[in-house]
Design a protein around this ligand. Structure first.
Ligand code: MG
Length: 329
């Protein structure tokens, strides 16, 4: 990558990495004052943006730049999956210190481009500036057939709660990184889930197209924080069965004893799995796994507006939000 002399050369180097993508939906590509976007006929445009800040969402000495690039786009795209939509393009706002315009930027753009290709989401434009810490904001533009988007507010008492994948895996990956596990050489599934999450786009779309989900959201902050958001939007409550939670599977029983996998599943953040509700009558149409991703019924929607946890001995207790919250102090 050529040396960065000024903002124009920084922008050019980003454009070069992504190529001049032009198509019917994105006729200009990158490079004019603003991008033009044409949604498909009969579709609504979905807009979502997500901060990814050094010190808050990633740590410079822990997270490889390649992962920062992948993850800033993947986590923003997860919100499109949660609506049942398809990502189309994204805008990148990037503030960097001088020290990050060489090798760091090169690797960051490498991870970002891999994610863009994997998710089918082209760079449409953005903005760059200089700043002491690295600050990234990604806006993803997607679409969904009109009337097919799945909102948080559609859950009805009696519907069943499901989650995709296993919960707490990304948090386990973060703990491994913190304990000094090298991110580059490991193919460990927990590290991968933390560093290179895969938004559940195909699942979200399938649930929306087949009208199976009444409500849906992605799990970014942790089940105990996110599930009450679906309940509150739907003016309902939930009863979650601890026994049914899909816990992370650790390799040895010794590891399993050391770590409270149930607490991780309830409160661990950044799994980017989907939480969704299904009417009881349609539950038979939900497979055990979808394209290799496990689907698990974890509880049901209740008319009383509290979120409760049913433990193995049949006792019920209130579930308090204890996931990620940047404003918690
Ligand atoms: Mg979300």
């Amino acid at each position: 990558m050529a040396a960065i002399r000024n903002e124009d050369s920084l922008i050019r180097s980003i454009e070069l990495r992504f190529g001049a993508k032009r198509g019917r939906q994105l006729p200009l590509g990158v490079g004019d004052d603003a991008a033009l976007f044409s949604p498909s006929r009969g579709h609504q445009t979905i807009l979502t943006c997500d901060w990814f800040l050094e010190g808050t969402h990633f740590l410079p000495d822990l997270h490889p730049p390649d992962s920062v690039g992948w993850k800033c786009l993947a986590r923003a795209t997860s919100d499109i999956a949660a609506m049942g939509g398809t990502p189309k393009c994204f805008l990148l706002s990037l503030a960097l210190p001088d020290t990050h315009t060489g090798k760091w930027l090169n690797e960051f753009l490498g991870g970002l481009r891999r994610a863009a290709r994997r998710l089918g989401c082209d760079l449409a434009g953005g903005d760059t500036t200089k700043q002491k810490d690295t600050q990234i904001s990604v806006t993803v533009i997607g679409e969904v057939r009109t009337g097919q988007s799945v909102l948080r507010s559609g859950a009805r008492p009696g519907d069943l709660f499901y989650v995709s994948g296993r919960l707490g895996e990304a948090e386990l990956g973060l703990r491994m990184l913190r304990r000094g596990r090298k991110p580059t050489r490991s193919r460990d599934p927990f590290l991968r889930k933390h560093l290179y999450p895969e938004p559940r786009l195909a699942l979200g779309r399938w649930l929306a197209e087949n009208k199976l989900a009444t409500a849906m959201m992605d799990l970014s902050d942790g089940l105990s924080s996110d599930l009450p958001r679906v309940c509150s939007a739907s003016r309902a409550g939930a009863l979650v069965e601890v026994e049914n939670l899909p816990l992370a599977t650790v390799r040895s029983a010794r590891d399993g004893k050391k770590i409270d996998l149930q607490q991780l599943a309830l409160h661990g953040g950044e799994d980017y799995e989907l939480l969704f509700t299904v009417p009881r009558g349609k539950a038979g149409r939900i497979p055990r796994s979808f394209r290799g991703v496990r689907l698990t019924r974890i509880g049901e929607v209740t008319p009383t507006r509290s979120v409760r946890l049913l433990d193995r001995s049949g006792r019920e207790a209130e579930l308090s939000p204890a996931g990620w919250d940047p404003f918690h102090n």
